[in-house]
Design a protein around this ligand. Sequence first.
Ligand code: SDX
Length: 430
Amino acid sequence: MPDSRSQGLLLIDDQHVQLPHRKGTLGPDVIDVQSFYKQTGMFTFDPGFTSTASCESAITFIDGDKGELLYRGYPIEELAKHSTFLETSYLLLHGELPTPQDYDAFVGSINTHTMVHEKLVKFYDGFHHDAHPMAIMIGVVGALSAFYHQAVDLNDSESRLDACYRLVAKMPTLAAMAYRYSCGWPFNYPQNTLGYAENFLHMLFSQPTQAYALSPTIARALDKILILHADHEQNASTATVRLAASSQANPFGCIAAGIACLWGPAHGGANEAVIRMLTEIGTPANIGKYLARAKDKNDPFRLMGFGHRVYKNYDPRAAVIREDCHNVLKEVGCVGSPLFDIALQLESQALEDDYFIERKLFPNVDFYSGIILKAIGIPVQMFPVLFAVGRTVGWTSHWLEMSNESHKIGRPRQLYIGAKKRHYIDIQKR
Ligand code: SDX
């Protein structure tokens, strides 16, 4: 790991504070503040982590100004064009693109784990039929820790890797079951002769009366969406997984925590919120009214699918998905989809508006993904679930990276603004 250590010097209230200045391979340097409290008796303060690097990682790099995203150094555009989700998963987990032999062995390993325990299937009956599928996923993925708790030896590298493979393999099965449960349909078992995305579509849509007619275009579009969602540096849900992993918690429980965080509309729940927003806008004539609401500080409405903490340029994933929209909509005969037309015009007007230009607000990965998912026939409530299926390999890669190295438990401090010390008063005297 290239790392030239020099000293950063801070002058705080006439106190010289020397802190290591470290460089990574790419991106901003860091000032290592681990000794800051010991030297100064003060904490650094950064509640939204706008200026804080929480860890070292070799998995994903983002240049927000350039709109660049690299998985283990490979540009996302190249992986989306040339790779598959399982090959990209191997890359994220192992750090290198697989040889043909490695790839075949990896696919074989994943395929041995696509089924779930029949007792786990019974968990679904405990949910009300209209339970949100993300609520179900938090439950059933967390429940995997009850089925594999003994199987995970955190001190054994093969056991750690096996837990990651199990999660990547089982997420589509669990996700498809959540969808079919909401429809009152029987569950489909995975068919390992199919590819990852094809198998997922089969488990989602095949009926006992007829198998799902797999479209290569749709399967490829879904596989590409999973690639684009696979990882994204230290986003909120990945940071959640890392914090849970720092206590050496069960990996299935750590991923369940990541799913819970991803569900929020400010994060992975945005793809569902985008479609609801476009549907509410209803017609291009209403776009101006909604842009005005997005700019109104007194209105909680935000343009869903727009803006990003890191990207201050076009999200490269959004550009890939936007291009695919044309192909998928054509394949499913939805050319001229009203939602896609509204999205295109909304993007065009927002990108010409000073409010969005000044704040460098561009479409993010969630702005167009819902258009494709809806065209494939995925219900809106399942959109964040698709995001979780793709992101599981990123979460497990970060879990593995942490688990392969010794780590302190993550334990932030605070700026206390509460009551000073005071004494109990009997209720009769208050
Ligand atoms: C994902 O981190 C990741 O990598 C996440 C992700 C991943 O792959 O894991 O990329 C996936 O979560 C994408 C983001 C999906 N969320 C949305 O699309 C929801 C809408 N976006 C916003 O909520 C917002 O842009 C965030 C949450 C994404 C980013 O918020 P920040 O970085 O905290 O930015 P901010 O709230 O400080 O906004 C800066 C300014 C503010 O205005 P001022 O106070 O400066 O006047 O921009 C405004 C905000 O009000 N702003 C928006 C806006 N997003 C920011 N105004 C209107 N509409 C928006 N969408």
